[in-house]
Design a protein around this ligand. Structure first.
Ligand code: APR
Length: 260
């Protein structure tokens, strides 16, 4: 059966005119870099039990086991680079007047790709903080904080609330966006899964990118099947070119007048 590319003309018409673009990403955006997702094929939760590894109770019960697991994930991260999907989102910052990147990922790959001011809803696996006083763990420090509390990975575990500032900024951005991308997320984990729907209720053009359908699919303005490394450059690069042309046209003609 012949593969037909979806018509993106309406998307480009809208994307060329909007001021505020907001994006929500999930584990799928890092899949092409070699980071396992959670619920997809070969996903971490298929192999490991979150209640034994990613809850405050699990950490209280067996901190060694929890550390072993995060060291295993940090090991995976060591040899990994951002992919085309990450890079297209870093470039998108130059396209829109206001651009907000909200991620559920704890891998820091958006920042490695050059994205700035990334809103991390679930923390970052490359940092540790004290389980008691929240102090950040310094380079070379042991696993016990000066306050006596245990350091732990600076991620949000199941049953814990998200960083208030991050989630407030996420909802604010979704509610004021004109164009909203939901990329590489199964749209199942509260409260992040609410964001595309908040954007839609606010009238945004909602684009979903995922090889599989999700609860958002029937409601998205445009839902594209396939990997983010394939779609994101196709959705952003033409806008980047247009933005650069506009910038060139606007640039003052600095060519010197012939004086003689
Ligand atoms: N490009 C885009 N999407 C992809 C790709 C890809 N290359 N590969 C897989 N996907 C999609 C899968 O089809 C799936 O819908 O990415 C999604 C990943 O879903 P999950 O594994 O559920 O990850 P996520 O939505 O980020 O999970 C949310 O749950 O376990 C917690 O804290 C963890 O942040 C995580 C949260």
């Amino acid at each position: 059966m012949e593969h037909t590319e979806p018509d993106l003309s309406h998307y480009f018409e809208v994307a060329r005119s909007v001021k505020h673009c907001a994006v929500l990403t999930g584990a799928g955006v890092s899949a092409e870099s070699g980071m396992p997702t959670f619920r997809g094929e070969g996903g971490l939760w298929k192999e490991f039990r979150p209640e034994e590894l990613a809850t405050p109770e699990a950490f209280a019960r067996n901190p060694e086991l929890v550390w072993e697991w995060y060291d295993y994930r940090r090991g995976i991260l060591e040899g990994i680079e951002p992919n085309e999907g990450h890079r297209a989102l870093a470039a998108a910052e130059k396209v829109f007047d206001i651009f907000t990147l909200i991620t559920q990922n704890v891998d820091g790959l958006h920042q490695s790709a050059g994205s700035s001011d990334v809103i991390e809803l679930h923390g970052n696996i490359r940092r540790d903080r004290c389980n008691i006083c929240d102090a950040c763990r310094g380079e070379g420090e042991g696993r016990q904080c000066r306050c006596g509390g245990p350091y732990r990975p600076d991620v949000v575990w199941f049953g814990e609330s998200l960083p208030q500032d991050a989630i407030a900024r996420g909802f604010e951005a979704a509610g004021s966006s004109d164009l909203f991308f939901s990329i590489g997320t199964s749209t199942q984990v509260y409260p992040a899964e609410q964001l595309p729907f908040v954007a839609q209720d606010a009238g945004a053009f909602v684009v979903e990118v995922n090889p599989e359908p999700t609860p958002l699919t029937p409601l998205a303005t445009l839902s594209l099947r396939g990997p983010s490394g394939y779609w994101m450059p196709r959705l952003i690069d033409p806008l980047l070119d247009a933005a650069q042309d506009t910038a060139l046209d606007a640039a003052p003609d600095t060519a010197c007048e012939d004086l003689v």
